[in-house]
Design a protein around this ligand. Structure first.
Ligand code: FE2
Length: 372
């Protein structure tokens, strides 16, 4: 390779071919061919930096060759200059519309050809540099976005863990609730016959799964003496507990005011305020019913209750899966969305698998390990 740009010259007229080659050969590697077919054969194995293409040829016309070049991925960006003996404004326009880079009318004047070829090669070079830069920047942005997503996940995990540490003694509630939510979301998205109103884009589904772990974030605002009370709660105390969806909602509403562009925060807000609503309207805090309860909240309601049923608590032994399933099915259409209960029933084996997940990070361990 000499480093000179390669110019493929396609013309059925040998005199024209020789003329063009004699003008360009000092500065460029010229590859003269006499038909469109031969030009395309050349381009199968080698590339050119620029193509000079005769407009009128007997077998394949210049337009046919240009179309084939543009339809082939590795040649689509090669600049093409048309050469023709016809001073035809209409042909010029149609060639340029087809994607030709330029159009030179014969007889060829050496200075014009040299100038146009040089200009197109420079243009092509700067376009390639630009595309390389764009690709490089796109990759950098992708990596930055991935880092941001990881940081977002860690922050969510941290927030969820803070809530969980205050409330649960059993561990793993966050992981399992996320797991059950994921089963329902996946089944919903994969059911082509789901009823109207259950459409979830991939992004919406991912947001629900990510935010499920934050459903009880509002419990941060509940006093310890009530949240951690080992005995039965009074009606007044239970009324305070029932405020946690409201506190969670306020927390995310404040965020949304400062970052209203993020749909993810809206999903988190929906789940925190609606996961204790019931299908028949007897839930809290708003007493919403049916599809007025956000789909995200209806999904997390099943995930949250199922985990509470099959988990051990200071005040109760874990229920068997069968007993928990019986309770959820009997509450279909009362507490829970009937369609989502159908999904639960169809995916019980997966729920059983997720219920085995235990959090292996010992809680409060740091309190014992600090020896200084
Ligand atoms: Fe809750």
């Amino acid at each position: 390779m000499t480093g000179k740009p390669v110019i493929l010259i396609v013309d059925d007229d040998p005199v024209q071919l020789n003329t063009v080659v004699s003008i360009l050969q000092k500065n460029y590697n010229c590859v003269p061919v006499s038909s469109g077919k031969t030009a395309l054969q050349f381009l199968e194995n080698r590339l050119a930096d620029l193509i000079l293409l005769d407009y009128n040829m007997p077998d394949m016309t210049g337009i046919d060759v240009l179309t084939a070049i543009q339809e082939t991925e590795h040649t689509a960006l090669i600049p093409v200059i048309f050469l023709t003996g016809v001073d035809d404004a209409e042909g010029e326009v149609s060639a340029l519309r087809m994607g030709a880079s330029d159009y030179i009318v014969k007889p060829i004047r050496p200075a014009v050809l040299l100038t146009r070829v040089k200009a197109q090669l420079e243009l092509s070079k700067s376009r390639m540099n630009m595309e390389y830069l764009i690709a490089e920047r796109t990759e950098e942005l992708w990596h930055a976005n991935e880092r941001l997503k990881k940081r977002e996940d860690s922050t969510l995990q941290l927030l969820a863990r803070i809530t969980d540490m205050r409330d649960e003694d059993t561990g793993g509630h966050i992981l399992r609730t996320t797991g059950y939510t994921e089963i329902i979301v996946k089944a919903l998205r994969e059911d082509p016959n789901h009823p109207e109103g259950y459409e979830l884009s991939e992004e919406e589904g991912q947001s629900i799964v990510k935010c499920a772990k934050l459903h009880d974030l509002g419990k941060i605002a509940i006093p310890d003496k009530i949240l951690l009370k080992p005995a039965k709660l009074t009606d007044e105390e239970f009324a305070v507990i029932k405020m946690h969806p409201v506190y969670g909602e306020r927390f995310f509403s404040d965020f949304i005011k400062s970052d209203s562009e993020d749909p993810f925060l809206e999903t988190a807000r929906e789940i925190t305020y609606s996961h204790h609503e019931k299908w028949n309207g007897t839930g809290y805090p708003l007493g919403l019913s049916g599809k007025n309860i956000p789909l995200s909240g209806r999904i997390v309601a099943i995930a949250d209750v199922y985990d509470a049923l099959v988990s051990e608590r200071p005040y109760k032994k874990p229920f068997s899966h069968e007993k928990a399933a019986e309770i959820i099915v009997s509450d279909s259409g009362r507490h829970f969305d009937p369609y989502l209960v159908d999904i639960f029933v169809a995916h019980q084996e997966e729920f059983i698998e997720v219920s085995k997940i235990k959090d292996n990070i010992p809680k409060y361990e740091f309190a014992h390990s600090m020896s200084y």
